[in-house]
Design a protein around this ligand. Structure first.
Ligand code: URA
Length: 190
């Protein structure tokens, strides 16, 4: 399936995604969490998958991780979530917040690919291992991959930690995530 090349509009893409039954998560979700923000933004954040709060709200990163993401985005980049776009690798909540399975990531991949094509961001910030490995097509871990900027489509990709990890790890991880967001901000100004 190539949703972007099929010429679908953003609203068609959202409608298709919101009715999706391509994987088993369709049977357990409350709703599809398509994404939030400005689909014309220069900055795209990509997380992992909705959790319980997001499944209920229909919006990515509304729980504790999201509060941290909002705070760091404001403090280091100077924007709120209406001025970027936030999406996930997988659009439906995996039960018990387990990791998304490879077949679920593959089934959902065309939606993320199409979102990226529509948004055409100057900078993509990947949050954690799943988004980073998928978009960089790498099997390295986030600790190895973060700290650098990677060419990505017409722009750049900046990998950083998932905010849930930073909430647990604190200290150095928090400082490193801040530094990654500063890196993203500088790239947007280019
Ligand atoms: N974690 C994610 O990766 N995405 C969300 O939307 C919420 C928590």
């Amino acid at each position: 399936m190539t949703l972007a090349s099929a010429g679908s509009t953003w609203e068609q893409l959202r409608t298709t995604a919101c009715a999706c039954t391509r994987c088993a998560l369709a049977g357990t979700r409350t709703q599809v969490v398509f994404g939030v923000g400005d689909p014309h933004a220069a900055l795209l954040f990509v997380g992992e998958a909705p959790g319980r709060d997001e499944d209920l709200a229909g919006e990515p990163f509304v729980g504790r991780s999201g509060k941290l993401l909002d705070r760091l985005m404001f403090e280091e980049i100077g924007i709120d979530r209406s001025r970027c776009y936030i999406a996930n690798v997988v659009k439906c909540r995996p039960p018990q917040n387990r990791n998304p399975a490879p077949d679920e990531i593959e089934a959902c991949r065309p939606y993320l690919e199409a979102q990226i094509s529509h948004i055409n961001p100057a900078v993509v910030v990947t949050l954690g291992n799943f988004a980073t490995r998928l978009l960089l097509e790498s099997s390295e871990g986030i600790r190895q991959l973060r700290g650098s900027v990677y060419p990505f489509r017409a722009g750049h990709l900046v990998p950083t930690y998932h905010p849930a990890y930073v909430l647990r790890a604190g200290g150095e991880a928090l400082a490193e995530m801040r530094a990654d967001l500063v890196r993203a901000k500088r790239l947007m100004a280019l």
